[in-house]
Design a protein. Structure first.
Length: 304
């Protein structure tokens, strides 16, 4: 019989289409990962992948084996999760993807506190403002803004979050205070790039009427934390989630703009892959984060 770790490796190779990437994720050298795959194929007397110089492609038999193996691992995970539930255990791996700014400045501290109460739990954090593929990146839990169309994900809404325009007192002193979102065309604007596309349509609302303003920025970045740093330094006007800037607005280091034009809020939610038995550690950390979010909202309520 083959080892379960070899099966896990083969499944990740199929998902990542790379022996070295799958091996690296599991703490193996490319040579060791390749040897493990060959050992598995020999054990089951089946060529799982058709190799080429550029990618790994599942054979017909390999596809059947990987799909069956994935279901078998899910059943084993469900059994382990059931035991952990019964025992109230927080142990094993927990990989979480977080948006850059909110993740670094609020959620990371929450998870540090959570980890201090669960010494047998290994938490790995991934920061970034790109949409994370939970399967290919082997993520257990992701924090996401907005309405999601992916039906393969289970959602746990934490709160509804407005987006706001902000600038530093220094910027306003130098460049003036815009009275209406349409005046953004005359100002320096800081734009977040999501994927390869700059987010240049900022949404506002007035008297229940939604409208968008197309902005062109003097500075772009794909990292939301950098956008806020630029805003704090007086480099321009930023369009951010309220949570990202609530503390700075309350403290006076950033000024809320267009308070009469705040658009409808969007969901802030934790998502995870569909499962017949969501693990105890996932449910526990979701409840913990939700409680911390509610506390933050109480400490820094919207000023509009």
């Amino acid at each position: 019989m083959y080892h379960l770790n070899d099966l896990k490796l083969a499944i990740r190779i199929a998902e990542l289409q790379s022996v070295s990437a799958a091996g690296r994720e599991l703490g193996m050298t490319p040579a060791a990962a390749s040897a493990a795959l060959q050992r598995l194929e020999k054990k089951i007397d089946c060529l799982i992948f058709a190799r080429s110089t550029r990618k790994m492609k599942l054979t017909e038999e390999g596809h059947l084996f990987i799909e069956s193996g994935r279901k078998a691992l899910q059943l084993l995970d469900s059994a382990s999760n059931a035991l952990a539930d019964n025992r109230g255990e927080l142990k094993g791996d927990l990989r979480i993807a977080l948006p850059s700014d909110l993740g670094r400045n609020i959620i990371r501290q929450c998870l540090d506190e959570f980890a201090s109460t669960a010494p047998e739990l290994k938490i790995t954090l991934y920061f970034g403002d790109q949409m994370t593929d939970l399967i290919s990146q082997n993520i257990h839990l992701a924090l996401r803004y907005g309405h999601l169309e992916d039906s393969s994900l289970i959602r746990r809404q934490l709160t509804l979050m407005p987006r706001v325009a902000v600038a530093s007192p220094r910027y306003i002193e130098l460049h003036g205070l815009p009275a209406h979102p349409e005046e953004l065309a005359q100002h320096k604007v800081l734009i977040l790039s999501r994927g390869s596309e700059p987010w240049h349509k900022w949404r506002f609302s007035h008297k229940a009427q939604q409208f968008e303003v197309n902005v062109t920025g003097n500075k772009n970045c794909n990292d939301g934390a950098v956008i806020k740093d630029w805003a704090l330094a007086g480099e321009g006007i930023a369009y951010k989630s309220w949570f990202d800037v609530a503390k700075e607005v309350h403290q006076g280091s950033l000024v809320l703009l267009f308070a009469d034009y705040i658009a409808d809020s969007i969901p802030l939610q934790l998502v995870y892959l569909q499962s017949d038995y969501p693990s105890y550690k996932i449910r526990t950390v979701i409840d913990f984060i939700k409680e911390k979010i509610q506390t933050f909202e109480s400490n820094y309520p919207p000023l509009f």
